[in-house]
Design a binder for this molecule. Structure first.
Ligand code: ADP
Ligand code: MG
Length: 455
């Protein structure tokens, strides 16, 4: 694989982890320009992008790069003045295509209300409820009835593309709908919050920020994990939080993991989250995936054959965003080509959309790969037994389930019959081990390779 290919692969993985806006803003003009002795040099168009990517995404990028090239040890970020062109059809172009497809399918994305920052496309009506999100949904309904007093703060966590942003925004929209101007909501991503605070400090305008975020009845913060570790931002968030909380204002937060496992989040902030209601959104089951596809088709006023719907619902299990992406592409294909869609086309579109490296590997395949690697029996791997020789395989299994599939800690805990705090501890332990111990890292790579080979 040459550097360009390597980078394109890495970017398509990053794209799945980030929101489209973030991906386009921060990584669109990046390039892998060189590698020497395990150091990979990544060029970004300006200092601001360099700082941002370095602070936020370095670990993720390195992790992904390592999956493709195990010699990667370290990243160096450099600034180039020219904006490099991406050669082959990049994930970026694919995502731009997707935007076009979405608007062609009548699903306009950009109608954000400047007051509240809410996108009216996200409603509870269009939110399909199933076993994976019914608790979160029920809590949302309760909050709409008793804003600020029932569950405060309300904390939702779960993997990428599972509907956190949708539910958060729907909450804001429904509150606005029910209470009109009486309750003011404000939605903000933690990135935007961070950049606002940074801007305010630089320009000595902290008062503006305080006003903006404390002067509302419902504050919705998306992807809080990105706030962790930035002292000033955390400080400001903490004060905002307290000011709102003490005045019975509703606080709604999302994250990709539970509060206790955002490592850099200050203890005082974390314990505040524990005081409210924390719920998990997990993977949709088959019925729910079918319902989501049908819902989407109905919204776009289109139809697909039952067989196609079934195939898509079977193939994409862990990311509703990908599920929707495939449906949009199929609809577009049908519109432009007309006639029947054969199985091959569907499979191709699925393949393209789920381009991330590990594709459609399942949790059971991971468990089996780990058991095979350590030459142990699968039932022993997932048993409650405390045998010493099972400790490492089990921790590795937990780590891989998290790393590859982004499963929630409680879900992994259930699979391996362990408490979710044990899972978190294992994940962190293995993560450290990989970083400081290269033979160990080699083991992990071998397991990953076996997964890819048996795909
Ligand atoms: P997250 O914020 O968890 O990464 P999003 O809320 O952005 O995920 O969801 C990804 C896409 O899937 C969005 O287009 C969203 O509308 C859709 N989606 C997620 N969950 C549901 C659901 N339960 N019903 C209908 N659409 C959903
Ligand atoms: Mg989101």
């Amino acid at each position: 694989m040459d550097l360009n290919q390597l980078w394109q692969q890495t970017l398509s993985e990053m794209e799945i982890q980030l929101s489209r806006a973030n991906f386009v803003t921060w990584l669109k003009n990046s390039q892998l320009v060189d590698q020497k002795e395990g150091i990979f040099y990544i060029a970004l168009p300006n200092n601001f992008a360099k700082e941002w990517v370095e602070n936020k995404y370095e670990k993720n990028i390195l992790g992904i790069l390592r999956n493709f090239d195990s010699s990667a040890k370290k990243l160096e970020f450099i600034v180039t003045n020219h904006e490099p062109k991406l050669n082959k059809k990049s994930s970026l172009e694919i995502s731009v295509d997707m935007g076009r497809l979405e608007s062609q399918a009548g699903l306009d994305l950009v109608r954000v209300d400047p007051e509240t920052n809410l996108n009216p496309r996200y409603t509870l009506d269009s939110f399909v409820v199933g076993s994976s999100n019914e608790l979160a949904h029920a809590a949302a309904l309760a909050i709409i009835q008793e804003v600020g007093s029932k569950y405060n703060p309300f904390f939702i966590y779960g993997g990428v593309g599972l509907g956190k942003t949708h539910l958060l925004q729907a909450l804001g929209n429904e509150i606005k709908f029910k209470y009109g101007g009486k309750l003011r909501s404000r939605y903000v991503s933690s990135e935007k919050f961070t950049s606002d605070v940074v801007w305010a400090i630089r320009n000595k305008r902290m008062e503006d920020i305080k006003k903006k975020y404390r002067d509302c009845d419902v504050l919705i913060i998306d992807d809080i994990q990105f706030i962790g570790g930035k002292e000033k931002t955390e400080e400001e968030f903490f004060h905002t939080f307290n000011a709102l909380y003490e005045n019975n204002k509703q606080i709604i937060i999302s994250s990709d993991r539970p509060p206790q496992s955002i490592p850099t989040l200050e203890e005082r902030l974390r314990s505040r989250f524990d005081g409210g209601l924390t719920v998990d959104i997990s993977y949709p089951d088959y019925e729910m995936r079918v319902a989501i596809i049908k819902n989407r088709l109905q919204a776009a006023n289109r139809q697909l054959p039952e067989g196609v719907i079934d195939l898509v619902a079977h193939s994409i299990q862990r990311n509703i965003r990908e599920l929707e992406g495939v449906v949009n592409k199929l609809v577009f294909y049908q519109d432009s080509k007309g006639g029947e869609i054969d199985k091959k086309v569907v499979e191709e579109i699925i393949e393209k959309t789920t381009q991330n490296f590990f594709g459609r590997i399942t949790d059971d395949q991971i468990l089996k790969a780990v058991a095979d690697f350590y030459a142990i029996q699968l039932p022993d791997l997932v048993s409650r037994s405390r045998k010493k020789e099972m400790v490492e395989p089990r921790q590795v299994a937990m780590y891989l389930l998290r790393e590859i599939l982004r499963m929630s800690y409680p879900y992994i805990g259930e699979k391996l019959k362990r408490d979710h705090t044990t899972v978190i501890h294992s994940f962190e332990k293995i993560n450290q081990e990989i970083n400081k111990n290269s033979p160990f890292n080699q083991k992990i790579i071998m397991i990953k390779e076996s997964l890819l080979n048996n795909k």
